[in-house]
Design a protein around this ligand. Structure first.
Ligand code: C5P
Length: 253
């Protein structure tokens, strides 16, 4: 298991279009987490200002725009993400090996030339809101979801990405295929008694960490709760306990 600080393992998704609201969440939650996710909603509404706001508070940014385009376009977008100083960001594994490989290589080169740190790059596999039925019936995809995720994760690793984003269901498979050093970000996290909403492949924080997730992305269970702070604190404790259990290989929760 990698040595990652517990407060780095919980990534809170700032899914709002309002900068003041995002800022309030960062201030309230900084005690429990040090990486905040800026995704499609906040970035579309506020642009790089949202990234600068998180950084100005002393926290790190996970830019989740899931770049999915031709290699040249993704490479250029990745360089902009590096210049913005994000800690990690996502591209889509469905963009293929060349797109992923060129992005990973260019980031190393740009980082060396500019002296700016290289962000970690993660490949999105299959969204946690998609299940096997949707994959077969709507997307007419004939391969099993698990096999597809495993194969995309392997491709991402071969292309030189730092890790992938997957649901709790595929953690074990990806660990088996890509090894312990490959990073795994897991959304679709629902503490006990929280509704899954539009997410289809979900599990609890402790389950995901125990089975090998490195980072958890949590949005609505924290941001929409009456007390974001209390929920974040509870999740962090769950993460801490699961890390200890995994290290001592106790029975899974
Ligand atoms: O509110 P909730 O906890 O479901 O939010 C999960 C976050 O993780 C959202 O911001 C969503 O964009 C992101 N995400 C996801 N599934 C992926 C990749 C990212 O749910 N495969």
């Amino acid at each position: 298991m990698k040595e990652i600080k517990t407060e780095d393992r919980l990534i809170v998704a700032l899914d709002t279009g309002n900068l003041t609201e995002a800022e309030r969440l960062v201030e309230e939650l900084m005690e429990y987490c040090s990486i905040f996710k800026v995704g499609a909603q906040l970035f579309t509404a506020q642009g790089p200002e949202a990234i600068r706001m998180v950084q100005a508070k002393g926290a790190k940014v996970f830019l989740d725009l899931k770049y999915h385009d031709i290699p040249n376009t993704v490479v250029k977008a990745a360089e902009e993400a590096l210049k913005l100083g994000v800690h990690m960001f996502t591209i889509h594994t469905w963009g293929g090996r060349e797109m992923m490989k060129r992005t990973a290589q260019q980031l190393v080169a740009t980082s060396l030339e500019s002296g700016l740190p290289r962000p970690l790059v993660f490949g999105v596999t299959i969204l946690t809101s998609i299940d096997q039925k949707i994959l077969f019936e709507e997307l007419l995809h004939q391969v099993s979801l698990k096999a597809q995720v495993r194969s995309l994760a392997r491709l991402a690793k071969l292309a030189g990405l730092d890790g992938v984003v997957s649901s709790p269901d595929e953690i074990q498979d990806i660990r088996d295929t890509c090894g312990e050093h490959f990073y795994l970000i897991v959304p679709g996290i629902r503490p006990k008694d929280f509704p899954s909403e539009d997410q289809r492949r979900t599990n609890t924080p402790s389950w995901a960490i125990y089975h090998g997730a490195d980072y958890l992305v949590v949005g609505r269970p924290i941001t929409q709760s009456a007390s974001p702070k209390r929920v974040a604190e509870k999740i962090l404790k769950e993460i801490e306990d699961a890390v200890k259990d995994r290290l001592s290989l106790k029975t899974p929760p």
